[in-house]
Design a protein around this ligand. Structure first.
Ligand SMILES: Cc1ncc(C[n+]2csc(CCOP(=O)(O)OP(=O)(O)O)c2C)c(N)n1
Ligand SMILES: [Mg+2]
Length: 350
């Protein structure tokens, strides 16, 4: 396993502090969302990345301008690193007219940009792999050396789409970096119950690409591993699969108390909190102190307050727009807007 404990991973002080800020932002936006969830303001499930922030942030930080990124539902940290705004994430979760006009939730939104596009999450686990491979092939045909980063969970690895997708990527030598976030559980199913070979990195060898394991709670180790995989891909040498070992310190979603997790297991992983580890590292290097940490927290708190206020000021979508962008020309005759209006009325919503 890679261990970045004794190096700054070739990063400048400002970059290390930027990473720390992203880690904190990742955690704090989810804390806000959890509190909104408890107030009943969130319209669907809330999938937190508590304990996994180092993997999201470290992986995305290794990308370059123009690279393509495809998150999984928990990768809020990576979305933020790639330029996603907290206001938009709040709007998504609150069902307001944000990026998807209130028609989808969470990180189920994307954008196309020269800075680096983001493909919206696909709910069907594994299905993103062939899609991002297609996007990378399009980039290759345009003569660009674009790399694509996609995250998948340990459960997602057992889908057919994962195998077909990775096989396709390897055969075509697509510049794909696939990070398998092995957080030990797929909902309540432990790794031991869903695969007879718990070494996910072995899948790389099976299909013929580079494989690497990394401590997913060490943000710099993930950054370095992803960087190596990006360089490999940009050289035209094909995909890499990175297995990141980490743990989901929350339930699958907020309604799940994760009581199926043995307490010893949770305690062991709690000692490897990615933010505490990285801040300790920065303190030991004399780059920050408790005062600096407190001021980052206060600053993010103010920022999130303002972003949330902006999101709350956005209107809820009009019922008539429910199926916009779904079917061509169906809006006129569809009964859906009327049904939504009636459903809202029955719930006492405006
Ligand atoms: C093909 C498919 N099967 C089942 C589901 C339902 N489902 C959503 S999340 C989830 C668990 C995913 O576990 P994992 O891939 O380990 O990701 P994690 O939630 O741990 O980040 C399941 C079974 C789905 N979305 N897609
Ligand atoms: Mg999992």
């Amino acid at each position: 396993m890679t261990n970045a404990a004794n190096s700054d991973a070739g990063l400048e002080r400002e970059q290390l502090l930027e990473i720390q800020r992203h880690l904190r932002l990742n955690r704090m936006i989810e804390e806000r969302l959890a509190s909104l969830y408890r107030q009943g303001a969130i319209k669907a499930g809330l999938f937190r990345s508590l304990g996994q922030e180092g993997c999201s942030v470290g992986g995305a930080y290794a990308l370059e301008r123009g690279d393509i990124f495809a998150p999984m539902i928990r990768n809020i940290g990576a979305v933020l690193v790639r330029g996603g705004r907290p206001r938009d994430l709040f709007a998504q979760y609150l069902g307001r007219s944000g990026p998807t006009g209130g028609r989808d939730t969470g990180v189920h939104y994307g954008w196309i940009s020269d800075e680096g596009s983001m493909l919206a999450v696909i709910s069907m686990l594994g299905d993103m792999i062939p899609v991002i491979v297609g996007a990378l092939l399009a980039e290759r045909m345009r003569g660009r050396r674009t790399v694509g980063l996609n995250f998948i969970g340990d459960g997602g690895v057992s889908t057919g789409a994962f195998h077909e997708g990775l096989n396709l990527a390897c055969v075509l030598k697509a510049p794909l970096v696939l990070i398998v976030e092995n957080n030990q559980y797929a909902y309540s199913t432990p790794v031991s119950r869903q695969t007879a070979n718990p070494r996910f990195v072995d899948r790389a060898r099976a299909y013929g690409c580079r494989g690497e394991e990394v401590d997913g709670t060490d943000v710099l180790a993930v950054y370095q591993a992803t960087r190596r995989a990006c360089e490999h891909a940009r050289r035209g040498a094909g995909p890499s699969l990175i297995e990141a070992h980490l743990f989901r310190m929350s339930g699958h979603t907020e309604h799940d108390d994760a009581s199926y997790v043995p307490p010893e297991m949770r305690e062991e992983w709690a000692r490897r909190d990615p933010i505490a580890r990285f801040e300790q590292y920065l303190v030991e290097r004399g780059m920050i102190d408790q005062h600096a940490i407190d001021s980052v927290i206060q600053d993010i708190d103010r920022h999130l307050q303002a972003e949330l206020a902006e999101a709350k000021a956005l209107p809820f979508p009009e019922a008539d727009s429910t199926i916009d962008g779904v079917y061509a020309d169906l809006r006129v005759s569809s009964p859906v807007p009327r049904l939504v209006r009636e459903w809202r009325k029955a719930r006492g919503e405006p």
